[in-house]
Design a protein around this ligand. Structure first.
Ligand code: TXA
Ligand code: MG
Length: 348
C-alpha cells in the first residue's frame, strides 16, 4: 500500500474530506493531535478497529481511546455523570482521557472486552475538525508501532506506518509531546492511570479525591493486575541502556564527563549544561526549568537516541511531582527503573 502524507490545517477542507471518506470506508488515517499522533479508525467499525491492532502490532487486550468532537458526544457511547461534565467544562477539549462505563454501540474489540470506554475530546483543530466532518467517533491509539515511543511528528508516523496505512495527515510537531492524562472516574473519585499535561493538582481543583495508581511511579509486580491494560506492557526502551541519574546525590556533570571519556555514550542534558560537556552525542532536552519544552521534546529525543548507535544513555532523573510526573512516568519505564544515586542506586 502506498502511504500518502498530506500537510493540513483545519481549513484544508478537501484533504479533511478525503480523510473522512477513508475513515467512513473502514480505512485507517493517522491524525495529528495536541498530545501525539493517533492512528484513527471509525470507532463503530469493528473490522477497521481490528486493523489498528494489526498495523501497530498491538496486543488485542489493550483497549483504544475513542475521540469525540464535543464533551456531550460522550452520551452516545458511555454512561456519563456530573463529575464527567465538571471535568469536561475545565479540561475538554484538551489532553484528558476519561474512562466511563460503555454503551453497547462501541464494539468490544475497541475496549478489549472491558465494560468501560476511554473518551477523549482533542483540542487540536485538525483532529477536532476531522471528527466533526466524519460524523463518527474516532478510535485512535498513538500511531507508533507497539514498543516504539509515541510519534510527535508526521515523519515519526511515516517511519513506523509506511506501507501499512493509506494516509498520514501532517499537522507539524505536537504541542504537548506526551500522551493524554488518563483517569478513571466515579461520581466522587478520580484514579490517575497515566499522567499527562492535565496534572494531579489541576484535577484536585475539581475533585479533591484523586488517587494515583501504583503503576504510575512503581514497577508492576509479577502477577499484579493493572487498572489499565496498557500499564502491563513493556514500554519503549531505547536500544542502548538508559540510566537516570538522581542529581541530588550524584554530580551530573562530573559523572557524565567521566563516562564520555570511557564509554560510547549519549547524554540527555539541560541546555545550560551543553558547554560544560564534551560536544559529542549530546541530546539537549531544553532549559532546566522548562518542563513544557522537555515534555514536548521527550519522544523526539528518544527516537534520535536510537539513531546514534551508542551503548549507554545518561539522563537526569525527572522530578515525580506536578507537571514533570508525566516525564518521570515515561522515563522510569524507558530505563526499566535503572536509577543511579539515592537510596536504591550507586550514590556517591
Ligand atoms: O494522547 C493520547 O491519549 C493519544 C492520542 C492519539 O489521543 N492516544 C493514546 O492512546 O495514547 P494509547 O492507545 O496509546 O493509550 C491508551 C491507554 C492505554 O494504556 C490503554 O490501556 C488505556 O489508555 N485504556 C484505554 N481504554 C481503557 C479502559 N477502558 N480502561 C482502562 N484503560 C484503558
Ligand atoms: Mg500508545
Amino acid at each position: 500500500m502506498v502511504t500518502e502524507v498530506l500537510r493540513v490545517n483545519k481549513d484544508s477542507y478537501d484533504i479533511l474530506s478525503k480523510a473522512s471518506l477513508l475513515l467512513n470506508k473502514g480505512e485507517l488515517v493517522a491524525i495529528p493531535t495536541e498530545t501525539v499522533y493517533g492512528l484513527g479508525a471509525n470507532a463503530y467499525d469493528k473490522n477497521a478497529c481490528l486493523n489498528i491492532f494489526k498495523a501497530k502490532g498491538r496486543p488485542s487486550d489493550n483497549p483504544l481511546i475513542v475521540h469525540i468532537a464535543e464533551p456531550q458526544d460522550a452520551e452516545k457511547i458511555a454512561f456519563t455523570n456530573d463529575l464527567y461534565y465538571k471535568l469536561a467544562q475545565k479540561f475538554m477539549p484538551g489532553p484528558l482521557t476519561i474512562i466511563l462505563p460503555k454503551k453497547e454501540i462501541i464494539p468490544n474489540e475497541v475496549t478489549a472486552g472491558l465494560d468501560s470506554v476511554a473518551i477523549r475530546c482533542p483540542v487540536h483543530p485538525v483532529a477536532n475538525a476531522l471528527i466533526k466532518i466524519s460524523g463518527i467517533p474516532i478510535a485512535a491509539p498513538s500511531a507508533n508501532s507497539s514498543g516504539k515511543p509515541s510519534p510527535t511528528t508526521a515523519q515519526h508516523v511515516y517511519d513506523d506506518m509506511n506501507g501499512k496505512i493509506p494516509l498520514i495527515l501532517d499537522g507539524g510537531e505536537c504541542d504537548v509531546g506526551v500522551e493524554s492524562t488518563v483517569i478513571k472516574i466515579t461520581e466522587s473519585e478520580i484514579v490517575l492511570l497515566r499522567p499527562g499535561a492535565v496534572t494531579v493538582e489541576m484535577l484536585k481543583e475539581i475533585c479533591p479525591n484523586v488517587t494515583i495508581a501504583g503503576a504510575v511511579k512503581e514497577e508492576l509486580q509479577a502477577g499484579q493486575v493493572p487498572l489499565s491494560p496498557g500499564m502491563k506492557y513493556k514500554h519503549y526502551a531505547p536500544q542502548a541502556n538508559l540510566y537516570l541519574i538522581d542529581d541530588r546525590y550524584i554530580d551530573f556533570i562530573e559523572f557524565t564527563k567521566e563516562k564520555q571519556k570511557t564509554e560510547n555514550c549519549a547524554i540527555m542534558c539541560y541546555n545550560e549544561e551543553i558547554e560544560l560537556l564534551e560536544n559529542k552525542n549530546l541530546l539537549p532536552v531544553g532549559n532546566k526549568d522548562d518542563i513544557k519544552k522537555q515534555t514536548q521534546r521527550l519522544f523526539i529525543i528518544l527516537r534520535e537516541a536510537d539513531k546514534l548507535g551508542v551503548e549507554t544513555i545518561y539522563a537526569h532523573l525527572p522530578n515525580d511531582e506536578g507537571e514533570s510526573l508525566a516525564i518521570y512516568n515515561r522515563m522510569i519505564r524507558a530505563c526499566a527503573h535503572r536509577v543511579l544515586g539515592g537510596i536504591n542506586g550507586e550514590g556517591k
